[in-house]
Design a protein. Structure first.
Length: 407
Protein backbone atom coordinates (compact mmCIF):
# COMPACT_ATOMS: atom_id res chain seq x y z
CA UNK A 1 0.00 0.00 0.00
CA UNK A 2 1.37 3.43 -0.94
CA UNK A 3 0.17 6.80 0.35
CA UNK A 4 1.12 10.06 -1.36
CA UNK A 5 1.95 12.14 1.70
CA UNK A 6 2.88 15.21 -0.34
CA UNK A 7 -0.72 15.45 -1.55
CA UNK A 8 -1.79 16.12 2.04
CA UNK A 9 1.14 18.32 3.14
CA UNK A 10 2.26 21.72 1.94
CA UNK A 11 5.93 21.74 0.89
CA UNK A 12 7.96 24.69 -0.33
CA UNK A 13 11.55 24.91 -1.48
CA UNK A 14 12.55 26.09 2.00
CA UNK A 15 11.06 25.61 5.43
CA UNK A 16 10.33 28.51 7.75
CA UNK A 17 12.38 28.73 10.92
CA UNK A 18 11.27 26.18 13.47
CA UNK A 19 10.62 28.93 16.01
CA UNK A 20 8.04 30.62 13.76
CA UNK A 21 4.32 29.95 14.09
CA UNK A 22 4.15 28.94 10.42
CA UNK A 23 6.61 26.09 11.04
CA UNK A 24 4.71 24.97 14.14
CA UNK A 25 1.46 25.02 12.16
CA UNK A 26 2.99 22.81 9.48
CA UNK A 27 4.21 20.31 12.04
CA UNK A 28 0.78 20.22 13.69
CA UNK A 29 -0.89 19.79 10.33
CA UNK A 30 1.41 16.90 9.41
CA UNK A 31 0.92 15.16 12.75
CA UNK A 32 -2.83 15.69 12.54
CA UNK A 33 -3.07 14.11 9.09
CA UNK A 34 -0.58 11.32 9.89
CA UNK A 35 -0.30 10.72 13.67
CA UNK A 36 2.68 8.34 13.39
CA UNK A 37 4.51 10.25 10.68
CA UNK A 38 6.97 12.05 12.97
CA UNK A 39 7.98 8.82 14.71
CA UNK A 40 8.35 6.98 11.39
CA UNK A 41 10.43 9.72 9.78
CA UNK A 42 12.70 10.28 12.77
CA UNK A 43 13.31 6.60 13.47
CA UNK A 44 13.25 4.79 10.13
CA UNK A 45 17.02 4.80 9.72
CA UNK A 46 17.55 3.83 13.35
CA UNK A 47 15.33 0.76 12.92
CA UNK A 48 17.14 -0.15 9.70
CA UNK A 49 20.45 0.16 11.59
CA UNK A 50 19.21 -2.16 14.34
CA UNK A 51 17.76 -4.62 11.85
CA UNK A 52 21.08 -4.83 10.04
CA UNK A 53 22.74 -5.65 13.34
CA UNK A 54 20.40 -8.64 13.68
CA UNK A 55 21.29 -9.93 10.23
CA UNK A 56 18.25 -8.59 8.37
CA UNK A 57 19.50 -7.44 4.97
CA UNK A 58 19.01 -3.74 4.21
CA UNK A 59 20.75 -3.45 0.84
CA UNK A 60 17.49 -2.97 -1.08
CA UNK A 61 16.21 -0.56 1.56
CA UNK A 62 19.30 1.61 1.17
CA UNK A 63 19.23 1.43 -2.62
CA UNK A 64 15.60 2.51 -2.95
CA UNK A 65 15.34 4.76 0.09
CA UNK A 66 13.45 7.94 -0.96
CA UNK A 67 16.07 10.21 0.51
CA UNK A 68 15.00 13.52 -1.02
CA UNK A 69 11.43 13.17 0.25
CA UNK A 70 12.61 11.90 3.62
CA UNK A 71 15.00 14.81 4.17
CA UNK A 72 12.17 17.33 3.71
CA UNK A 73 10.03 15.53 6.25
CA UNK A 74 12.91 15.07 8.68
CA UNK A 75 13.73 18.78 8.53
CA UNK A 76 10.07 19.58 9.11
CA UNK A 77 10.20 17.82 12.47
CA UNK A 78 13.59 19.22 13.50
CA UNK A 79 14.40 22.57 15.07
CA UNK A 80 16.67 25.08 13.28
CA UNK A 81 19.91 23.97 14.93
CA UNK A 82 19.46 20.32 14.02
CA UNK A 83 18.12 20.63 10.49
CA UNK A 84 20.19 19.09 7.72
CA UNK A 85 22.00 21.58 5.52
CA UNK A 86 21.46 21.86 1.78
CA UNK A 87 23.12 19.22 -0.36
CA UNK A 88 23.38 16.63 2.42
CA UNK A 89 23.35 13.01 1.20
CA UNK A 90 22.43 9.67 2.71
CA UNK A 91 26.08 8.89 3.58
CA UNK A 92 26.25 12.24 5.43
CA UNK A 93 23.19 11.36 7.50
CA UNK A 94 24.49 7.88 8.31
CA UNK A 95 27.81 9.35 9.44
CA UNK A 96 26.06 11.95 11.57
CA UNK A 97 24.05 9.20 13.28
CA UNK A 98 27.14 6.98 13.60
CA UNK A 99 25.17 4.18 11.92
CA UNK A 100 27.98 1.73 11.36
CA UNK A 101 25.84 -1.19 10.18
CA UNK A 102 24.20 0.79 7.38
CA UNK A 103 27.52 2.31 6.37
CA UNK A 104 28.89 -1.21 6.00
CA UNK A 105 26.15 -2.17 3.52
CA UNK A 106 26.52 0.97 1.40
CA UNK A 107 27.11 -0.13 -2.18
CA UNK A 108 29.36 2.47 -3.75
CA UNK A 109 28.10 1.42 -7.16
CA UNK A 110 24.59 2.57 -6.24
CA UNK A 111 25.22 5.24 -3.58
CA UNK A 112 27.84 7.91 -4.20
CA UNK A 113 29.85 8.15 -0.97
CA UNK A 114 31.68 11.18 -2.36
CA UNK A 115 28.60 13.39 -2.58
CA UNK A 116 29.20 16.87 -1.15
CA UNK A 117 26.97 19.12 0.94
CA UNK A 118 26.59 22.88 0.43
CA UNK A 119 30.00 23.44 2.04
CA UNK A 120 31.61 20.92 -0.28
CA UNK A 121 32.17 18.42 2.52
CA UNK A 122 31.84 14.67 2.02
CA UNK A 123 30.69 12.09 4.53
CA UNK A 124 34.35 11.19 5.14
CA UNK A 125 35.14 14.83 5.85
CA UNK A 126 32.39 15.02 8.47
CA UNK A 127 33.37 11.70 10.03
CA UNK A 128 37.02 12.74 10.25
CA UNK A 129 36.18 16.13 11.75
CA UNK A 130 33.89 14.55 14.33
CA UNK A 131 36.46 11.92 15.31
CA UNK A 132 34.37 8.88 14.30
CA UNK A 133 37.31 6.51 14.00
CA UNK A 134 35.34 3.37 13.08
CA UNK A 135 33.26 5.24 10.50
CA UNK A 136 36.40 6.67 8.90
CA UNK A 137 37.89 3.18 8.76
CA UNK A 138 34.74 1.83 7.08
CA UNK A 139 34.60 4.64 4.53
CA UNK A 140 38.29 4.30 3.65
CA UNK A 141 37.59 0.66 2.85
CA UNK A 142 34.91 1.58 0.32
CA UNK A 143 35.61 1.33 -3.40
CA UNK A 144 36.07 4.65 -5.17
CA UNK A 145 36.20 6.68 -1.95
CA UNK A 146 37.98 9.98 -2.50
CA UNK A 147 40.01 10.17 0.69
CA UNK A 148 41.61 13.56 -0.05
CA UNK A 149 38.53 15.44 -1.21
CA UNK A 150 38.67 19.21 -0.68
CA UNK A 151 35.65 21.20 0.47
CA UNK A 152 34.75 24.77 -0.49
CA UNK A 153 37.39 26.04 1.93
CA UNK A 154 40.05 23.77 0.48
CA UNK A 155 40.16 21.62 3.60
CA UNK A 156 40.57 17.85 3.44
CA UNK A 157 39.39 15.16 5.89
CA UNK A 158 42.93 15.11 7.32
CA UNK A 159 42.83 18.87 7.82
CA UNK A 160 39.55 18.63 9.77
CA UNK A 161 40.75 15.69 11.87
CA UNK A 162 44.06 17.37 12.70
CA UNK A 163 42.41 20.67 13.58
CA UNK A 164 39.99 18.93 15.91
CA UNK A 165 42.70 16.86 17.59
CA UNK A 166 41.46 13.41 16.57
CA UNK A 167 44.74 11.52 16.68
CA UNK A 168 43.33 8.07 15.90
CA UNK A 169 41.63 9.38 12.75
CA UNK A 170 44.80 11.23 11.72
CA UNK A 171 46.71 7.95 11.99
CA UNK A 172 44.19 6.18 9.76
CA UNK A 173 44.41 8.87 7.11
CA UNK A 174 48.21 9.15 7.17
CA UNK A 175 48.67 5.50 6.16
CA UNK A 176 46.73 6.18 2.95
CA UNK A 177 49.11 6.74 0.02
CA UNK A 178 46.45 8.84 -1.72
CA UNK A 179 46.48 11.43 1.07
CA UNK A 180 48.44 14.66 0.68
CA UNK A 181 49.56 15.14 4.27
CA UNK A 182 50.78 18.68 3.56
CA UNK A 183 47.78 19.86 1.56
CA UNK A 184 47.05 23.60 1.77
CA UNK A 185 43.53 24.98 2.03
CA UNK A 186 42.25 28.28 0.63
CA UNK A 187 43.94 30.12 3.51
CA UNK A 188 47.25 28.40 2.83
CA UNK A 189 47.00 26.41 6.05
CA UNK A 190 48.09 22.77 6.31
CA UNK A 191 46.87 20.07 8.72
CA UNK A 192 49.96 20.79 10.83
CA UNK A 193 49.07 24.47 10.93
CA UNK A 194 45.53 23.76 12.13
CA UNK A 195 46.75 21.31 14.78
CA UNK A 196 49.37 23.79 16.00
CA UNK A 197 46.90 26.65 16.25
CA UNK A 198 44.50 24.48 18.24
CA UNK A 199 47.19 23.11 20.56
CA UNK A 200 46.86 19.41 19.72
CA UNK A 201 50.26 18.09 20.77
CA UNK A 202 49.54 14.41 20.11
CA UNK A 203 48.53 15.19 16.52
CA UNK A 204 51.61 17.40 16.08
CA UNK A 205 53.80 14.44 17.05
CA UNK A 206 52.11 12.23 14.46
CA UNK A 207 52.55 14.79 11.71
CA UNK A 208 56.13 15.81 12.48
CA UNK A 209 57.46 12.31 11.84
CA UNK A 210 56.12 12.46 8.27
CA UNK A 211 58.91 13.33 5.83
CA UNK A 212 56.36 14.72 3.36
CA UNK A 213 55.34 17.50 5.76
CA UNK A 214 56.96 20.94 5.72
CA UNK A 215 57.05 22.14 9.33
CA UNK A 216 57.83 25.69 8.15
CA UNK A 217 55.00 25.90 5.63
CA UNK A 218 53.57 29.43 5.46
CA UNK A 219 49.90 30.28 5.05
CA UNK A 220 48.51 33.23 3.09
CA UNK A 221 49.46 35.55 5.94
CA UNK A 222 53.00 34.19 6.12
CA UNK A 223 52.33 32.43 9.42
CA UNK A 224 53.91 29.04 10.10
CA UNK A 225 52.69 26.39 12.56
CA UNK A 226 55.19 27.77 15.09
CA UNK A 227 53.81 31.29 14.61
CA UNK A 228 50.27 30.03 15.25
CA UNK A 229 51.22 28.02 18.33
CA UNK A 230 53.27 30.87 19.81
CA UNK A 231 50.57 33.46 19.16
CA UNK A 232 47.89 31.36 20.84
CA UNK A 233 50.16 30.35 23.71
CA UNK A 234 50.36 26.58 23.26
CA UNK A 235 53.56 25.95 25.19
CA UNK A 236 53.76 22.18 24.65
CA UNK A 237 53.24 22.53 20.90
CA UNK A 238 55.87 25.27 20.67
CA UNK A 239 58.31 22.97 22.45
CA UNK A 240 57.60 20.15 19.98
CA UNK A 241 58.07 22.42 16.98
CA UNK A 242 61.28 23.94 18.34
CA UNK A 243 62.65 20.39 18.60
CA UNK A 244 62.16 19.81 14.88
CA UNK A 245 65.45 19.95 13.00
CA UNK A 246 65.77 22.94 10.71
CA UNK A 247 62.72 24.78 12.01
CA UNK A 248 62.87 28.55 11.44
CA UNK A 249 62.44 29.90 14.97
CA UNK A 250 62.57 33.56 13.96
CA UNK A 251 60.39 33.36 10.87
CA UNK A 252 58.59 36.54 9.82
CA UNK A 253 55.00 36.65 8.65
CA UNK A 254 53.62 39.10 6.10
CA UNK A 255 53.47 41.86 8.73
CA UNK A 256 57.07 41.14 9.73
CA UNK A 257 56.16 39.70 13.12
CA UNK A 258 58.04 36.71 14.53
CA UNK A 259 56.76 33.99 16.88
CA UNK A 260 58.44 35.86 19.76
CA UNK A 261 56.71 39.07 18.78
CA UNK A 262 53.31 37.37 18.74
CA UNK A 263 53.85 35.58 22.06
CA UNK A 264 55.19 38.70 23.78
CA UNK A 265 52.40 40.84 22.42
CA UNK A 266 49.66 38.71 23.93
CA UNK A 267 51.36 37.87 27.21
CA UNK A 268 52.30 34.21 26.78
CA UNK A 269 55.08 34.06 29.36
CA UNK A 270 55.93 30.35 29.05
CA UNK A 271 56.25 30.57 25.26
CA UNK A 272 58.42 33.69 25.52
CA UNK A 273 60.72 31.80 27.90
CA UNK A 274 61.06 28.90 25.47
CA UNK A 275 61.94 31.21 22.59
CA UNK A 276 64.36 33.49 24.42
CA UNK A 277 66.75 30.66 25.30
CA UNK A 278 67.28 29.94 21.60
CA UNK A 279 70.38 31.50 20.03
CA UNK A 280 68.66 31.94 16.67
CA UNK A 281 66.04 34.32 18.10
CA UNK A 282 66.52 38.06 17.58
CA UNK A 283 64.85 39.82 20.55
CA UNK A 284 65.06 43.16 18.68
CA UNK A 285 63.42 41.94 15.50
CA UNK A 286 61.23 44.68 14.02
CA UNK A 287 58.03 44.13 12.08
CA UNK A 288 56.89 46.32 9.19
CA UNK A 289 55.60 48.89 11.65
CA UNK A 290 58.97 49.06 13.37
CA UNK A 291 57.72 47.44 16.56
CA UNK A 292 59.82 44.97 18.55
CA UNK A 293 58.68 42.20 20.90
CA UNK A 294 59.40 44.55 23.83
CA UNK A 295 57.28 47.27 22.24
CA UNK A 296 54.32 44.89 21.92
CA UNK A 297 54.81 43.45 25.40
CA UNK A 298 55.03 46.91 27.00
CA UNK A 299 51.85 48.06 25.29
CA UNK A 300 49.84 44.98 26.06
CA UNK A 301 47.16 44.98 28.72
CA UNK A 302 44.17 42.85 29.64
CA UNK A 303 40.93 43.83 31.27
CA UNK A 304 39.37 41.20 33.52
CA UNK A 305 35.62 41.57 33.19
CA UNK A 306 33.17 39.02 34.61
CA UNK A 307 35.85 36.33 34.47
CA UNK A 308 36.62 36.87 30.78
CA UNK A 309 40.02 37.88 29.41
CA UNK A 310 39.84 40.30 26.54
CA UNK A 311 42.71 41.85 24.62
CA UNK A 312 42.60 45.61 24.11
CA UNK A 313 45.11 47.75 22.25
CA UNK A 314 43.85 50.82 24.11
CA UNK A 315 42.79 50.87 27.77
CA UNK A 316 39.18 50.37 28.74
CA UNK A 317 37.30 52.72 31.01
CA UNK A 318 36.00 49.94 33.22
CA UNK A 319 37.20 46.71 34.78
CA UNK A 320 40.29 45.58 36.62
CA UNK A 321 43.38 45.91 34.42
CA UNK A 322 46.44 43.69 34.47
CA UNK A 323 49.72 44.24 32.67
CA UNK A 324 52.36 42.18 30.91
CA UNK A 325 55.00 42.77 33.58
CA UNK A 326 56.38 39.21 33.66
CA UNK A 327 56.99 39.06 29.91
CA UNK A 328 58.61 42.50 29.96
CA UNK A 329 60.95 41.30 32.74
CA UNK A 330 61.94 38.30 30.63
CA UNK A 331 62.72 40.48 27.62
CA UNK A 332 64.66 43.02 29.67
CA UNK A 333 66.70 40.16 31.12
CA UNK A 334 67.83 39.16 27.64
CA UNK A 335 71.14 40.81 26.84
CA UNK A 336 71.18 43.42 24.12
CA UNK A 337 67.50 44.31 24.12
CA UNK A 338 66.98 47.84 22.79
CA UNK A 339 64.75 49.64 25.31
CA UNK A 340 64.62 52.80 23.21
CA UNK A 341 63.62 51.30 19.88
CA UNK A 342 61.06 53.48 18.09
CA UNK A 343 58.26 52.32 15.84
CA UNK A 344 57.74 53.78 12.38
CA UNK A 345 54.17 54.96 12.68
CA UNK A 346 54.31 57.12 15.83
CA UNK A 347 57.96 57.23 16.81
CA UNK A 348 57.09 55.68 20.15
CA UNK A 349 59.38 53.64 22.38
CA UNK A 350 58.30 50.72 24.63
CA UNK A 351 58.09 53.23 27.52
CA UNK A 352 55.66 55.29 25.49
CA UNK A 353 53.44 52.27 24.78
CA UNK A 354 53.40 51.24 28.42
CA UNK A 355 52.40 54.76 29.48
CA UNK A 356 49.74 55.17 26.79
CA UNK A 357 48.13 51.87 27.80
CA UNK A 358 48.32 52.63 31.54
CA UNK A 359 50.66 49.69 32.23
CA UNK A 360 52.10 51.35 35.32
CA UNK A 361 54.06 48.31 36.52
CA UNK A 362 55.77 48.11 33.15
CA UNK A 363 56.47 51.86 33.18
CA UNK A 364 58.17 51.38 36.55
CA UNK A 365 60.26 48.49 35.20
CA UNK A 366 61.40 50.46 32.17
CA UNK A 367 62.23 53.56 34.18
CA UNK A 368 64.53 51.43 36.35
CA UNK A 369 66.36 50.14 33.29
CA UNK A 370 69.74 51.71 32.62
CA UNK A 371 69.88 53.75 29.45
CA UNK A 372 66.14 54.29 29.02
CA UNK A 373 65.45 57.62 27.33
CA UNK A 374 62.62 59.33 29.24
CA UNK A 375 62.77 62.37 26.97
CA UNK A 376 62.39 60.47 23.71
CA UNK A 377 60.15 62.44 21.34
CA UNK A 378 57.47 60.97 19.11
CA UNK A 379 57.01 61.85 15.45
CA UNK A 380 55.14 65.03 16.45
CA UNK A 381 58.01 66.21 18.61
CA UNK A 382 56.26 65.60 21.93
CA UNK A 383 57.99 64.18 24.96
CA UNK A 384 56.34 61.46 27.00
CA UNK A 385 55.88 63.76 30.00
CA UNK A 386 54.01 66.34 27.94
CA UNK A 387 51.77 63.67 26.43
CA UNK A 388 50.80 61.98 29.71
CA UNK A 389 50.10 65.37 31.31
CA UNK A 390 47.73 66.23 28.47
CA UNK A 391 46.00 62.83 28.48
CA UNK A 392 45.36 62.23 32.15
CA UNK A 393 47.93 59.55 33.00
CA UNK A 394 48.40 60.90 36.53
CA UNK A 395 50.27 57.88 37.91
CA UNK A 396 52.78 58.00 35.06
CA UNK A 397 53.14 61.76 35.45
CA UNK A 398 54.12 61.27 39.10
CA UNK A 399 56.69 58.59 38.19
CA UNK A 400 58.28 60.76 35.51
CA UNK A 401 58.43 63.84 37.72
CA UNK A 402 60.43 61.85 40.25
CA UNK A 403 63.11 61.69 37.56
CA UNK A 404 65.21 64.81 37.49
CA UNK A 405 65.97 64.32 33.80
CA UNK A 406 62.37 64.13 32.61
CA UNK A 407 61.04 67.11 30.67
Amino acid sequence: MSVNISAHLEFCESLPKASLREAAARRESASGAFPFLEYAVCNVLYHAEVATGYGIAQEDFIQYFPFNRWIKLDNLFKNDKRRHIEGVSLPHVLVEGNMLNLIRVLDTGKVDVNLKDQDGRTALSWAAGAGHETVVQLLLGKDRIYADSKDNFGRTPLSWAAGAGHGAVVQLLLVEDRIDADSKDNFGRTPLSWAAGAGHGAVIQLLLVEDRIDADSKDNFGRTPLTWAAGVGHEAVVQLLLGKDGIDMDVRDRSGQTPLSWAAGVGHRAVVQLLLVKDRIDPNSKDFYGRTPLSYAAGYGRTLWHGARIRHEEPLRYGKRTSNETVVRLLLGKGGVDVNSKDRAYGRTPLWYAAVNRNEEVVRLLLDKDGVDVNSKDRHGRTLLSWVEENGREAVVRMLRLRNDAS
